[in-house]
Write a protein that binds this ligand. Structure first.
Ligand code: DC
Length: 228
């Protein structure tokens, strides 16, 4: 595929809590594109497994689960800070459940399974190839949509990302411990970037944006310039 300008398929990758979702959502709104956060799918599979008391170390069962899972993204039904509804099966609204500490702690294991990735990547690719999309994840530019017109890799230090996650939890009225969050961020980075299948890394042709010294608005302005 030839690269189009303005870009129609935009891949946005980066580590946990680097601000990808905020940037992706704002960018998609500004361009009138679909925003698709692929992490939601890995989280939803993990949530279903935990809900059914499955052992997340059982690769065969978790892979079968991912192959049959019905995960839907719908317009927001409530004004509680959500940007969309995430529905599992026909009715379960798991929008906030998939952000729980338990899902956080198990999702890296689930997303490292080759069969899980294959099942979810196929769905993501089908949606992404329609164009006019900002797709967010870890492997969008490298594996899911290598033909993307624009690839952004949004980076930030582990300390900065842990601070952001801490602030988010406190703002939501939840308890949080900065050191614990930092440890978890470092642990997830390690699993995400050392797994055998589709490890977290920038594509060779990605534009790397370091958000350590930029706030969300500055990052958005910088990336919007690349699109226009
Ligand atoms: O972006 P997030 O924190 O919601 O992602 C949740 C998990 O899913 C994280 O451990 C990385 C994984 N993930 C992935 O492996 N590939 C993607 N395209 C998106 C997320």
């Amino acid at each position: 595929m030839t690269k189009t300008f303005p870009p129609s398929i935009i891949a946005l990758d980066g580590p946990a809590a680097s601000g990808k979702s905020t940037l992706g959502q704002t960018l998609a709104n500004a361009l009138g594109y679909l925003f698709f956060d692929t992490g939601i799918m890995y989280r939803a599979v993990t949530w279903i497994a935990l809900e059914h008391d499955m052992d997340v170390r059982d690769e065969t069962s978790i892979t079968q689960l991912a192959q049959g899972a019905h995960i839907d993204i719908m317009p927001p039904s409530k004004a509680d800070g959500r940007t969309c509804d995430i529905i599992v099966g026909d009715t379960d609204d798991v929008t906030w459940d998939i952000r729980s500490g338990e899902v956080d702690a198990n999702v890296s294991v689930v997303s490292a399974y080759a069969g899980v990735r294959k099942a979810l990547t196929e769905q993501q690719r089908r949606i992404g190839l329609r164009g006019k999309v900002v797709m967010v994840g870890r492997d969008i530019g490298t594996v899911v949509l290598p033909e993307a017109d624009l690839k952004i890799y949004l980076d930030a230090s582990a300390e900065e990302r842990a601070q952001r996650r801490y602030d988010e939890l406190i703002a939501r009225g939840q308890q949080a411990d900065y050191d614990e969050i930092l440890q978890k961020v470092i642990e997830r980075d390690k699993i995400d970037s050392t797994r055998a299948v589709a490890p977290l890394r920038p594509a060779d042709d990605a534009v790397i944006v370091d958000s350590d010294k930029m706030d969300a608005e500055q990052v958005f302005a910088h990336v919007l310039k690349l699109c226009k």
